[in-house]
Design a protein around this ligand. Structure first.
Ligand code: HSE
Length: 370
């Protein structure tokens, strides 16, 4: 199988390459690397079928691949996918970008939930396989047990999304803001006689100052938050919020009778783990122990965290989960609105299960090795 990999140097691409190599997924494949800016440079791995990086806009060369695996981003997909198809290229396109997600021929991949749908689409000749929005994938993985049992009536998802979802430059800016904020108050902080209210006043002034590095976020994220993610659709809903319901229903195969899912998506000062506080309305009343059991045993990556203070502090934080494939679910309890109403808090690494992992696994599914 000939596989062309595009966008392997970016942040998602780097994580994807780490996972592909850690799992030996490229063994036995003929892999060529493509770039929009570094054609001609040496390939990143010795075993590559081309010792040099190829031009990611060279359609004739791309058309020789059986599979194109891209984490290059939406602009690249927009520029290359349709022209390649128009040339008659009939290979598999595996993509992290949102561009193709809602096109009818594209299959959203999250195999712990929709493996059967992916496999039947493959059997029916589907060729475009796209990773879903990170928040959607992580929420679905957390609650997979409830979805698989058909128990969910509706969900509100209030998100706490990490800087990485916005991109590498945003992650750097968050850390710059943290440093800037600390530098602005460090002498006051070192003097125990300075009141914390004075420190807060200085800090707030620093975070409002035009000197704060904010070219990416457009304002302070460190010491603050931003309750809007992605484009303004002009309907009162952000594009990130819109994606939640449409993509979740596409993955669940329920677009004809969509599950209601909405909430407010908020950027917070975490680095690469997205968290979500969920209110879930079940379509029947079940004992909490049964709900816990369904959630905990849905797939190997989900982990039910005891709903107590100690476990929540230790295991339900972006810092605890960063760099892992674990999707913890905690704070699970029945709410006073009635036994069918649940709260839950879940999180996951948005570069792993939120981006790279479903694509890596799709490549394995294609090879029949998953
Ligand atoms: N749109 C997401 C975010 C990232 O900004 O956090 C990936 O879907």
């Amino acid at each position: 199988m000939r596989v062309g990999i595009v966008g392997w140097r970016g942040m998602v691409g780097t994580v994807l390459m780490q996972r592909l190599q850690a799992e030996g997924d490229l063994n036995g494949l003929s892999v060529r690397f493509y770039s929009t800016s570094a054609a001609g440079q040496p390939a990143p791995i010795r075993e590559a079928a081309s010792q040099v990086v190829l031009d990611a806009h060279d359609l004739a060369t791309l058309a020789a691949e059986d599979v194109i695996l891209t984490a290059q981003g939406g602009d690249y997909t927009s520029a290359v996918h349709a022209p390649l198809r128009a040339m008659g290229w009939n290979g598999y396109w595996i993509d992290a970008a949102s561009t193709l997600r809602m096109q009818p021929q594209a299959v959203l991949v999250l195999d712990p939930l929709n493996r059967a749908a992916i496999e039947s689409a493959l059997a029916a000749g589907a060729k475009d396989f796209v990773g879903a929005n990170c928040t959607v994938s992580l929420m679905l993985l957390g609650l997979a047990g409830l979805f698989k049992a058909g128990l969910v009536d509706w969900i509100t998802a209030m998100t706490y999304q990490a800087a990485s979802g916005a991109g590498a430059a945003h992650m750097r800016e968050l850390v710059e803001q943290m440093g800037f904020a600390h530098r602005c108050v460090s002498s006051q902080l070192a003097d125990p006689s300075v009141s914390v209210l004075s420190i807060e006043e200085s800090l707030n002034a620093a975070l409002k100052s035009p000197l704060l590095p904010a070219a990416q976020f457009g304002g302070p994220l460190a010491g603050s938050l931003i309750p809007w993610i992605d484009a303004d659709l002009g309907t009162g809903q952000s594009k990130e919020e819109w994606k939640g319901m449409v993509e979740a229903n596409k993955i669940l195969g329920s677009t004809h009778a969509p599950l209601a899912l909405d909430g407010i998506c908020v950027r917070v000062g975490a680095m690469r783990c997205h968290s979500q506080a969920l209110t879930i309305k079940l379509n029947q009343e079940l004992p909490l122990a049964e709900i816990e059991d369904l959630i905990a045993h849905a797939h190997p990556w989900v982990r039910l965290i005891a709903n107590n203070r100690e476990a929540s502090v230790r295991e339900l934080s972006p810092v605890a989960v960063s760099g892992t494939l674990t999707v913890p679910v905690g704070r699970l309890r029945q709410l006073p609105m009635g036994p069918a109403y649940l709260s839950a808090f879940t999180l996951g690494d948005q570069l792993l299960w939120g981006a790279a992992e479903p694509l890596r696994r799709m490549l394995k599914l294609l090879r029949g090795t998953l």
